[in-house]
Design a protein. Structure first.
Length: 567
């Protein structure tokens, strides 16, 4: 979910632009012919020796009659050379609860008390946030960062591995430019092409339900990602990339998206358009039933003051952008109005069940990670007693039978606070439930489904809350030291990026950093690499527990998405 990206991170790329790192070096910027369009590099980084081909169109504008439909390939436009000098990001939205969550997590991470009942909103309305001039519905673009030697070698058939980043942001906000480029990617001796993509967000990308599907498509944002990955397969060789050596990587909603790409169509529609996958804190809400989807659609149309999707397609972008913000702002604490849902097609059923039943591309090579304390960001600090915990569970699972809710409260997360459980009060109890159900259990499902041949890691550098590993993934070292916080652990950052790059290059995470254990496969003993402050070593996965095994069965939402669908 990493929805804090565009709010709190000023990416190194913008700093580089301001400091003059992006230069033409006195040479003409190169041009790549994609067939349907011709693109010239937007900039050259003389320090790293790489070009950035910015804002490359991979799909037709999803506007007008193409709103809420599957993305279409772009039409031909060869009359001009595209320079990508117009920045584009998709319409953004965040829930109002995010403001309180920021204050709570800051206190929680510092070990300070937080009185939810006494907390006073600072008067910030999220409706007025995210007023970025780059926002446009015509946002299905990607960036290609490629070293000059790789681009030059494309002419003689040489091919480099490719790393494709899918951003997080709760399926509601974020963009391809939020985080920048990892420092190891910028290094002259690492010939890896780095691709980042936009995809439709919020109502634009995840409006769903039987009514919508009668005149549109659910999970349009996932289909955008899929088309972008197919674009990489078709065109990356023109930049010197190897379409047979593509690794897709994403954090939070980005990781959850990759989980859905691995299980796309239940594994019956051909192999995934990538060879390897790195899923960091893969997150999504697994229980959006058809009633929930229909209600969300009705609320969205009411905000637009129209009665049908067809009429919504005739409205100006500004109306839909505002309605999307308004609806998202009203989301219950810890939740988002939209995200991936079971649609009977791209997502035939709950992804955990698809993994459990072998309905996925089992040929993908997987590295997966989760953080030590994922849940605080999504947990209402007002959960302080048994009654509020029950209300939380009941509202979280509105279609779950009472007997199953009772099982969750008494057996999975019992109200026992004597130190025998991984929590000592009801707030920590709710935090653990959120951590596991929304994120860490997803990593366990993958490890099991791939017969324990995955590479798994635990990010444990304090506070190790959700999203705190992003600055490590995108650590830039000497390129922009000011980006790094005073408490930053450079050894962990160097090691993590080594693992990512070596996995992308040869399928095995390795590092030359001294004192680091050999990164072994998950194995029957559920072993993962702990990236901690005092050591980087193998340990037992805390997500390998009976709670995650129960959640994977999907007992509380086994009929979700059936409606008029054949599953």
């Amino acid at each position: 979910m990493q929805f804090l990206g565009s709010l709190s991170v000023i990416c190194w790329w913008l700093a580089a632009l301001a400091s003059g790192q992006n230069q033409t070096n006195g040479t003409t910027l190169p041009v790549v012919d994609l067939g349907y369009e011709i693109y010239q590099a937007a900039s050259f980084n003389a320090t790293g020796g790489f070009y950035n081909f910015s804002n490359v169109r991979y799909a037709a504008p999803p506007t007008g009659d193409l709103r809420f439909r599957a993305p279409q390939k772009p039409s031909s436009n060869r009359s001009v050379v595209q320079t990508g000098n117009v920045g584009r990001i998709c319409p953004q939205s965040i829930p109002q609860w995010v403001i309180e969550s920021l204050f709570f997590v800051a206190n929680y991470s510092s070990g300070l008390p937080f009185n939810a009942s006494a907390w006073q909103s600072p008067g910030i309305s999220v409706i007025g946030l995210l007023q970025d001039p780059r926002i446009t519905e015509d946002c299905l673009f990607l960036d290609v960062v490629v070293h000059q030697n790789v681009l030059n070698s494309a002419r003689n058939g040489s091919k480099a591995p490719v790393l494709v980043w899918i951003h997080g942001g709760g399926y509601a906000e974020g963009s391809k430019t939020d985080n920048g480029v990892p420092g190891k990617i910028m290094a002259q001796n690492n010939d890896v092409i780095f691709v980042t993509i936009n995809y439709r967000l919020g109502a634009f990308g995840f409006l769903s339900g039987p009514t919508l599907q009668s005149d549109g498509v659910a999970n349009a944002g996932l289909l955008d990602q899929h088309l972008a990955l197919e674009w990489v397969q078709e065109h990356i060789s023109k930049f010197g990339g190897d379409p047979d050596q593509v690794t897709v990587i994403g954090e939070s909603a980005g990781g959850g998206s990759i989980l859905h790409q691995i299980t796309a169509y239940g594994g019956v529609n051909g192999k995934a358009p990538f060879r390897r996958a790195i899923l960091q804190s893969p997150a999504f809400f697994p229980f959006r039933d058809s009633h929930f989807q229909e209600q969300a659609l009705g609320d969205f149309l009411a905000l637009l003051n129209v009665s049908t999707i067809a009429k919504a397609r005739t409205l100006p972008s500004s109306a839909l952008i505002l309605a999307n913000k308004q609806q998202q702002a009203a989301s219950p604490y810890g939740e988002f109005a939209y995200g991936p849902v079971v649609d009977g097609s791209f997502v035939p059923t709950f992804p955990g069940k698809l993994l459990l039943s072998g309905r996925f591309d089992s040929q993908v090579e997987v590295m997966v990670g989760h953080n030590a304390d994922e849940g605080p960001l999504f947990t209402n600090p007002a959960i302080i007693d048994d009654a509020s915990f029950h209300a939380f569970v009941a509202s979280f699972f509105p279609t779950m039978e009472d007997s199953l809710i009772e099982y969750v409260e008494s057996k999975l997360y019992p109200p026992i606070f004597d130190g025998s459980q991984p929590y000592t009060n009801n707030l920590e109890r709710a935090i653990l439930l959120n951590s596991e159900l929304l994120i860490s259990c997803n990593t366990f499902y993958l490890d099991k489904a791939f017969n324990n041949r995955t590479y798994a890691y635990l990010f444990a550098v304090p506070p190790a809350t959700h999203g705190s590993d992003l600055s490590y993934t995108f650590y830039t070292g000497a390129f922009n030291p000011s980006y790094n916080l005073p408490t930053f652990n450079e050894t962990v950052a160097e090691t993590l990026q080594d693992f990512i790059l070596s996995f992308a290059m040869n399928g095995k995470p390795m590092t030359n950093v001294a004192g680091v254990d050999r990164f072994a496969p998950y194995g029957q003993n559920a072993q993962l690499m702990e990236l901690g402050t005092s050591s980087i070593s193998m340990m037992t996965d805390p997500a390998a527990n009976n709670r995650c095994k129960w959640w994977e069965l999907g007992l509380g939402w086994h009929n979700i998405g059936r409606g008029n669908y054949t599953v």
